[in-house]
Design a protein. Structure first.
Length: 303
């Protein structure tokens, strides 16, 4: 009965659309484990400083995410929303930074880069955050094109709280745990805690944290990002936004923004000039061969 109800809920959320996520900010890894030093370097902590609040003042907050390209982090779309709760295509806080490649929250190493732009998906609770500069020494996580299957076990890595009831429960390092895929919707994935406990669950500030496969070749692949769920810790279902079926949008966004049309014009002009130069070189070489051939034929044999 419970599984049937959860399946109906999955269908309902998918039918209502992206707005359903905006009402319930997603949550961090409760009853998980400390990640080992250097593990999951693509895992990202997004820190928002100076977010406008309803009182006219400001507050600070954070989300989780994952590096998917040298200049791009994937996260939950609702991490960037205005005071009306609407997802927006720009940073909202006075400053938003991405900390990448750092297992220890207050440690050193890795990168701390400003987020300079945001692109929202129109179909699911996913946003792409553009960084101020490229990250070249950390391998981004690959976005899978393979549809997840019920019963599959995936890993979550996030920087959220370990209990929604205690705002001081922000862990000092990246947290991780294993989850079982229960149901699959057109844009949502339903998961539940698997290890180290059945109530291992995402918590506040885990929004955007990556669920990923750990394949035999050692390279993880992104399946979904944390979107919404009950207070943590808890047993049962959480909902995440699928990434496997928006790979085309992700790739086109990254390619277009990394090489916008205005930037491509000089490259096209350079390519045309280079091609013209090659044509000219080949033409001159051909003319030189013709002259040599003509000279050889005009020479008297035996002279």
């Amino acid at each position: 009965m419970f599984k049937l109800l959860s399946r109906y809920m999955l269908i309902l959320l998918a039918t209502v659309g992206v707005a359903a996520w905006d009402a319930v900010p997603a949550h961090a890894v409760a009853n998980g484990l400390d990640a080992n030093d250097g593990a999951y370097p693509f895992a990202t902590r997004l820190s928002m400083t100076g977010l406008p609040d309803q009182s006219g003042g400001t507050r600070d907050s954070s989300c989780s995410g994952a590096l998917i390209a040298s200049r791009w982090v994937i996260t939950a779309g609702h991490c960037f929303r205005n005071l009306d709760g609407q997802r927006v295509n720009h940073p909202v806080a006075r400053r938003t930074t991405a900390t990448i490649g750092r297992t220890q929250v207050t440690g050193t190493g890795g990168h701390v880069l400003d987020v300079v732009a945001v692109v929202q998906s129109s179909t699911t609770d996913v946003a792409l955050a553009e960084l101020a500069s490229n990250v070249t020494d950390i391998t981004p996580i690959q976005v899978t094109a393979e549809t997840p299957t019920p019963g599959e076990v995936v890993r979550l890595a996030g920087f959220g709280l370990t209990s929604d009831q205690d705002p001081r429960s922000l862990p000092s390092r990246l947290q991780t745990g294993l989850f079982t895929v229960d149901n699959i919707g057109s844009s949502l994935l339903e998961t539940s805690g698997h290890q180290p406990a059945l109530d291992t669950s995402p918590c506040l500030h885990d929004s955007g944290a990556p669920y990923f496969r750990e394949s035999g070749n050692g390279r993880p692949t992104l399946v979904a990002v944390v979107s919404s769920g009950p207070s943590c810790p808890h047993r049962g279902e959480d909902y995440s936004a699928r990434a496997d079926n928006i790979g085309g949008w992700i790739n086109s966004t990254v390619a277009t923004r990394d090489h916008p049309a205005s930037d491509q014009e000089p490259l096209r002009a350079l390519a045309v000039a280079a091609a013209a130069g090659l044509v000219a070189v080949f033409a001159l070489r051909k003319m030189g061969h013709l002259r040599e051939e003509k000279n050889r034929r005009s020479v008297t044999p035996g002279a």
